[in-house]
Write a protein that binds this ligand. Structure first.
Ligand code: CA
Length: 232
């Protein structure tokens, strides 16, 4: 089954780049630089996902999003150069499912697209924000951010994939093989041993408190598990 993505971006170069990135990942791509045409294409083509630039020359991205929301449940990823918090909130009110801030890497875009599609296809939205260990670690899936005791930390796509997989079911042991399979959606490349390096780096970043037991435990001969209980 082909998944069709509508790309709405008036900057020609960027639009073509996004098209290339998605076509390489075997998505069917329809694209336009016009907000008015985008509204029309959503109705005529019925895409599985819309990537929508906020700043369009004719109809604003916000108005396009509003119109898409009125007529369908098609997920929307907004492209924005603006990082102001109020834009995030505005976009959420309009029903955007995720944000990608320019400039972005091809990898980042693809993983966001996959995550949004996964949520929309399974029909069971993952809770947007999950907190663990009495608030020690927060995984915010909407803003794609991890916070450790309130401080935002930067994760690579692979580290993000590993952490969100392990945190799906705290205490459950995931084998290396299983982690690679789950994280493959995030373009993980490598062998079982490579996962150890990623876990080591991830651990370093999310260490709860120096000297305290790690949030990610090694289960010798088996794999890894996330040790913090989910709050609430
Ligand atoms: Ca633009």
């Amino acid at each position: 089954m082909t998944t069709t993505v509508l790309v709405v971006e008036d900057e020609r170069k960027l639009r073509d780049l996004i098209r290339d990135i998605l076509e390489r990942e075997r998505f069917a791509v329809v694209s336009t630089g016009s907000g008015a045409e985008a509204i029309d294409l959503v109705r005529r083509v019925g895409p599985d996902l819309v990537i929508l630039d906020l700043g369009l020359p004719d109809v604003s991205g916000q108005d396009v999003a509003r119109d898409v929301r009125r007529h369908s449940t098609t997920p929307i990823i907004m492209l924005t150069a603006r990082i102001a918090a109020e834009d995030r909130i505005n976009g959420l009110e309009l029903g955007a499912d995720d944000y990608v801030t320019k400039p972005f890497s091809p990898r980042e875009l693809v993983l966001r697209v996959r995550a949004v599609l996964r949520r929309s296809l399974t029909g069971e939205p993952e809770p947007a924000i999950a907190t663990f260990g009495a608030g020690e670690i927060v995984i915010d899936d909407v803003c794609h951010v991890v916070r450790v005791r309130g401080a935002e930390i930067d994760l690579t796509p692979t580290e993000w994939g590993i952490l969100t997989t392990l945190a799906t079911t705290p205490r459950r042991v995931y084998s290396r093989y299983e982690l690679i399979n789950r994280v493959r959606g995030y373009e993980f490349e490598g062998y079982e041993r490579t996962i150890d390096t990623h876990v080591k780096n991830l651990r370093h970043k999310i260490e709860v408190r120096p000297g305290e037991p790690t949030a990610i435990e090694t289960v010798v001969g088996v794999g890894y598990r996330f040790t913090l209980a989910r709050d609430g």
